[in-house]
Each structure stands twice: as structure tokens, then as C-alpha cells.
Design a protein around this ligand. Structure first.
Ligand code: NBP
Length: 479
């Protein structure tokens, strides 16, 4: 075999990744696709330089030098399992199977375990950046063993995006760690998009800005500490005119947001791990609410009178910007908390600063902001929350009053701002000295004898709550 790397699955992601690999010095890329027309198309359109094309899996395997290393880029789920078992039959001890699809990390853990028993390396790898990223340089989040990383690392470094002079790839942790971190990345992406959308809505409906004005506002924001790919594409989306009507395209697009499910995975796993990712959750729910047209119509009919739009205070645009920034800090703080909890649950040693580093380029959430997160974890890898890092604490403090004004104005005006308001509630929950959780503990003890703890004594207590017997009968249950 002469190819140092192979790609199986040559739909848009796979063929772009293969082209990216072939364009970098030192790589020869074996390519194979179930339907050979796709392989032929790739070679026809982009030439055979750097490629070794095969019509069947045997030819593909034979064209790879040892240790054989193949990246699977097929439909997640059953397609991936089918290709893995085909490869596992032909591959030999020490060879490396990489899944670059959007796999559920639970599947990745299972696959890695099964293949390890056969002496094969399996590396579940998150790849972010969409089609363009795959071609020009994505952010890459590989899991799997350290040994596999030794072979795979240099190959992935050759194709990854570069940010601040460093390739956007790092060994995240063993087995499913890479796909877990990719999942959280996508969750944060949902939250980030929702917050930008809320900013847009408030500026437009409360601030009275035109779409043209909004283009300027987002352009300006993109020149400051909100500089990011998502703000940049927001500008492009808002600039776009509908060819038929000449209207802004955003006014022609149906306001029903779709999703492919990785945001839902993030929330499901966060709930299971007890991590409040309310920013991501609200973003997932907001898309769900938007996609219920008949329910929306029914409620609109039942409530025809909407509140008047509140008066716009001076500096409204800056207030929205501050609310966006503070809410974004919360979304990232929650996302990193989830990574910490996942690492603990699944036994991964994840360097949070390195995660922030590889998200600075290539991926959808790439942003200036991530440099501040890198610095935060450099200074203190054991941060209790991103919110308490001095830089972010200061930024939140500076924006706090504006954040509160915006949430208030949104509520008074009847404009939904679930991202902004839930982020503020989360912040206020952590920042409050006492929470009404004491009342909830009382209720739980009342109806279920679930017991509670006291602020003044150690131990576990239960009260006899009945009307006729309201004595303080705290007792220590045997548990
Ligand atoms: P698709 O997800 O549309 O999958 C199409 C590919 O899967 C084709 O090569 C197809 O082969 C192959 N395939 C299927 Br379907 N079933 C198969 C089977 N049983 N055996 C062998 N091959 C099979 O491709 P994509 O959009 O390029 O995405 C590839 C992966 O990358 C997915 O996991 C996706 O979630 C992930 N991803 C996509 C993006 C993005 O922006 N699109 C971003 C990041 C990650 P055929 O040609 O013979 O039908």
C-alpha cells in the first residue's frame, strides 16, 4: 500500500476532506465510496493527483500503508456501523479506524470497546466547520487511544484550521471524548445562534431598526469583542435580498427553525449528568416552539391584544450588545461545565484550555471570545465557573445593568427572549445567597419524607408536618 490515509464515504463532507488531505504535502489518500459514481466524480472533477481510487473495499484496504488509517465519512448510525464492520474484517492489529461523522458519543464508546477487543484502534472524531471547513481546514476533535493519536495526530494537524499559529486539533481524551466535545460544541452553537436571533428581534421590533440598519450594527459588533463567524454570517444573511420580491430574504423565510438533533443530545446528556445547560436548552426549545405553526396560530387567536412596545432608552443598541455578551458567557460557562461533568462520568482527562484553543478556528462557533476562555483556563484550570474568571466577571459586571434592562424591556414588550432571560436567571441563581430550594426541600419532606439538611447542625432531618402535630420532631433517620 502507498496511501498513508484513506477516506471512505465521498458525499460532500468526505470528498472535501479527501481533497483537503490530498492537497497537503506528505499525504496520499486512498478513496472509496459504496456507489462508485461518487468516486469517479471526485477524480473527474479534481484530478487523480494525491488520490488512489478503489472500486471495492479490498482494493481500498490494499492501497493503504501500515498502520492502515481510514477515515469514515458516511451517514451517522447504521451506515457507520456497516462500514466499520466491513473494515474491521480486513484490518489487522494496530490499524486505525476513524469515524469523522456526527456520531452519538455513546455509540463511539461502544464501537471503540468492541474494536479494541479485536486489537484495532477506533477513533471517534468530531469535525466541525461544515463543507467549507472540511475542504479548507476544520476544527477537529479526536477521541480514541494515545497510540492511535501518535499516527493520526500529524495527519489531522496537516488539514486542520490554524488559529493563532496553532492547528485546531488536539487529542481530546479516550474513546468517546471527541464526539462528546463535538456534541457540546453543537449545543453551544445552538445557544449562540439563539442569542444572536434574540438580539436581532429586539433591535428590530423594539429598537425599530431596519434590516439595513441591522447589517451595520452587526458589522460593528463584529469589529469588537463579539467578533465571530456566527455574527459574520448574520450580516450576510441580513444583506441577502429575495430575487423575486426584492424584500430582505429573512422576511421571506418561514420562521420555523429545524434541527438535526445534536442540540437535543446535548440537553439530554446534560440533564442526565445534572448540569444546567439552560442556555442550550432554551435554544433547543425555542426552535421547537417556532416549529409549531398551528399551536402558535391558536394562541395568537386567543390573545389578539399584544403589549405595547416599551419605550427605547438611550443606548439601546449597546444594551442589547451587553446582554448578548453576558448571556454568551453564561452559555459557554454551562457548556464547559458539561464537559467537566462528562469527563468525570466517563473517565476522560480533558484539557479545557485546549478545547477552547481548537474552537478558535475552523468551526462554527469560532470567535475572538475563545481567546479569553483559553486565557481563563491557562490562569486557572480549576475554575469553578467561567463566570468567576476575572476577565469574564468584569465583563458581566459591566454589562449587568444593561442585561437587566433588556430582559425587562423584552418582557414588558411581549418579545420572547428565552436565551437572555434564562441566562440572567441562571446568573442570579448562582449569585443569590439564599435560594427558595429550602422551601422545595420542605415540600419534599412534607409529601415524601425525603428529609432535609439544616444550616445550623449536621445530620439528616425529617419533620412531622401534620396539622394537629406541628411539633418540631426533627429526627435522624437510620439512612
Ligand atoms: P451523508 O450524511 O449524506 O451520507 C452520505 C454518504 O454515506 C454517502 O457516501 C453514502 O454512500 C454513504 N453511506 C450510507 Br448513506 N449508507 C452507507 C452504507 N450502509 N455503507 C456505505 N456507505 C454508506 O454525507 P455527508 O453530508 O457528507 O456527511 C458525512 C458525515 O459527516 C455524517 O456523519 C454527517 O453527520 C457528518 N457531518 C456533516 C457535516 C455537514 O455540514 N454536512 C458537518 C459535520 C459532520 P452512497 O454514495 O453509496 O450512498
Amino acid at each position: 500500500g502507498q496511501a498513508n490515509i484513506g477516506v471512505i464515504g465521498l458525499a460532500v463532507m468526505g470528498s472535501n476532506l479527501a481533497r483537503n488531505l490530498a492537497s497537503r504535502a506528505g499525504n496520499t489518500v486512498a478513496v472509496y465510496n459504496r456507489t462508485s459514481a461518487r468516486t469517479e466524480e471526485l477524480i473527474k472533477e479534481h484530478g487523480d493527483a494525491g488520490f488512489i481510487a478503489s472500486e471495492d473495499i479490498d482494493g481500498f484496504v490494499a492501497s493503504l500503508s501500515k498502520p492502515r488509517t481510514a477515515i469514515i465519512m458516511v451517514q451517522a448510525g447504521k451506515g457507520t456501523d456497516a462500514v466499520i464492520s466491513q473494515l474491521a474484517e480486513k484490518f489487522e492489529e494496530g490499524d486505525i479506524i476513524v469515524d469523522g461523522g456526527n456520531a452519538n458519543f455513546h455509540d463511539t464508546i461502544r464501537r471503540e470497546h468492541d474494536l479494541r477487543e479485536k486489537g484495532l484502534n477506533f477513533v471517534g472524531t468530531g469535525i466541525s466547520g461544515g463543507e467549507e471547513g472540511a475542504l479548507k481546514g476544520p476544527s477537529i476533535m479526536p477521541g480514541g487511544s494515545k497510540e492511535a493519536w501518535e499516527t493520526l495526530g500529524p495527519i489531522l494537524k496537516s488539514i486542520a484550521a490554524v488559529a493563532e499559529g496553532e492547528p485546531c486539533v488536539t487529542h481530546i481524551g479516550t474513546d468517546g471524548a471527541g464526539h462528546f466535545v463535538k456534541m457540546v460544541h453543537n449545543g453551544i452553537e445552538y445557544a449562540d445562534m439563539q442569542l444572536i436571533a434574540e438580539s436581532y428581534d429586539l433591535l428590530r421590533r423594539v429598537g425599530g431598526l431596519s434590516v439595513e440598519d441591522l447589517v451595520k450594527v452587526f458589522q460593528e459588533w463584529n469589529g469588537g469583542d463579539l467578533e465571530s463567524y456566527l455574527i459574520e454570517i448574520t450580516v450576510e444573511v441580513l444583506k441577502q435580498r429575495d430575487a423575486d420580491s426584492g424584500k430582505p430574504l429573512v422576511d421571506v423565510i418561514r420562521d420555523e427553525a429545524g434541527s438535526k438533533g445534536t442540540g437535543v443530545w446535548t440537553v439530554q446528556n446534560a440533564v442526565g449528568l445534572g448540569i444546567p445547560v439552560s442556555g442550550i436548552g432554551e435554544a433547543v426549545f425555542a426552535r421547537a416552539v417556532s416549529s409549531k405553526p398551528s399551536q402558535r396560530a391558536a394562541v395568537q387567536q386567543a390573545f389578539p391584544d399584544r403589549p405595547d412596545i416599551a419605550e427605547v432608552p438611550d443606548g439601546f443598541e449597546d444594551d442589547v450588545r451587553a446582554a448578548l455578551y453576558a448571556s454568551k458567557v453564561v452559555a459557554y460557562a454551562q457548556g464547559f461545565d458539561l464537559i467537566i461533568a462528562g469527563a468525570k462520568e466517563y473517565g476522560w482527562d480533558i484539557n479545557l484550555g485546549n478545547v477552547a484553543k481548537i474552537w478558535r478556528g475552523g468551526c462554527i462557533i469560532r470567535a475572538q471570545f475563545l481567546n479569553r476562555i483559553v486565557e481563563a483556563y491557562d490562569k486557572n484550570p480549576e475554575l469553578e465557573s467561567l463566570l468567576v474568571d476575572p476577565y469574564f466577571a468584569n465583563a458581566v459586571q459591566e454589562g449587568e445593568a444593561a442585561w437587566r434592562r433588556i430582559v425587562g424591556i423584552a418582557a414588558a414588550s411581549g418579545i420572547p427572549a428565552p436565551g437572555f432571560s434564562s441566562a440572567l436567571s441562571y446568573f442570579d441563581s448562582l449569585a443569590s445567597e439564599r435560594l427558595p430550594a429550602s422551601l422545595i426541600q420542605g415540600q419534599r419532606d412534607f409529601f415524601g419524607a425525603h428529609t432535609y439538611q439544616r444550616i445550623d447542625k449536621d445530620g439528616t432531618f425529617h419533620t412531622l408536618w401534620s396539622d394537629d402535630d406541628r411539633r418540631e420532631v426533627d429526627q435522624e433517620p437510620s439512612t
